[in-house]
Ligand binder design. Sequence first.
Ligand code: HXC
Ligand code: NAP
Length: 273
Amino acid sequence: MQLDLTQFRGRHVFVAGGTTGINYGIAEAFGRVGARVAVLSRSAENVATAQARLQALGGEALGCVGDVRQPATVQEAMARAVAAYGPIDVLVSGAAGNFLALAAEMSPNAFKTVVDIDLLGSFNVLRSAHEHLRKPGACVIQISAPQADTPTPWQSHVCAAKAGVDMLTRTLALEWGGEGIRINSIVPGPIADTEGIRRLAPTPEALERMTARVPLQRMGRCEDVARCALMLASDWGSYITGAVIPVDGGLSLTGPRDFASAAAAAAAARSRA
Ligand code: HXC
Ligand code: NAP
């Protein structure tokens, strides 16, 4: 028995925050198996690059400039994508922001910014998509983070925001299950060569420490996360909803982390620049 990847041919996959890193990896994985992929993010340059890379795979792709904090821009992008590709079969919500800062030192606007992007932004994406999702049959995937259930110093903003993201997943699984819409969270562990890791492990030493904590003793790859997304969106995932699924080499079993030394290294690098 094999996962039949031909089932994604011609399917409409919309990836919010999908122009770089892990989320782009998911967009590309669906593009490689013949899906028609729309990606949205803020930077026109990121959008143009991602669209060109996806089109170079030989399929159809649409890049949209938008900010998940501004629902009108998300709605406009989805209207364009739906006009081109029809109802959304797979929706990925992965836009996020992160930096290392202690709660007692960060400004209210710094905390608010991360909550606005990660949590309110996810709501805006899901809320805007609801009318466009294929019913029955759509699959929604939220990209969460280990901070959602592991209290993590220097990450109070991300912990609070991503915990909300996972609770949104569970709640909407109940509200939307009757319409035949499934929704799950993927929780990536530390994924190599991503912006998230550049921010949380800014030196070779920090990277080494982070890798040593992973029970499988390696960093993840974007492909590890993308394969989980393909499985969830496929017929193999058809009875999975409301789940929060770690793709983290076992990191979630290891307890709280403290990014104090990583924060010091990041601050030193900033002051040298
Ligand atoms: C303290 C900071 C800060 C920092 C920004 N702020 N960086 N505070 N330490 N390092 C404060 C600013 O001073 C400001 O508050 C407020 O946050 C908003 O900053 P802006 O720069 O105006 O915001 P904006 O342009 O909207 O950019 C959002 C951003 C930025 C989150 C700050 O870094 C961004 O766009 N990030 C997207 C890419 C990203 O972060 N990718 C990694 C995702 S990884 P004041 O009070 O001065 O107005 C992830 C999990 C990884 O999410 C998990 C790994 C295991
Ligand atoms: P990334 O490359 O910075 O990805 C974030 C994406 O979101 C970018 O494409 C960015 O593009 C977009 N984005 C940010 N703010 C946005 C906004 N307001 N509106 C629309 N798009 C926005 O970082 P990454 O490390 O790959 O992280 C991707 C996802 O994985 C995030 O949800 C993160 O929390 C999660 N995660 C990452 C790791 C890791 O190891 N890296 C671990 C656990 C979880 P623009 O700048 O063009 O907007």
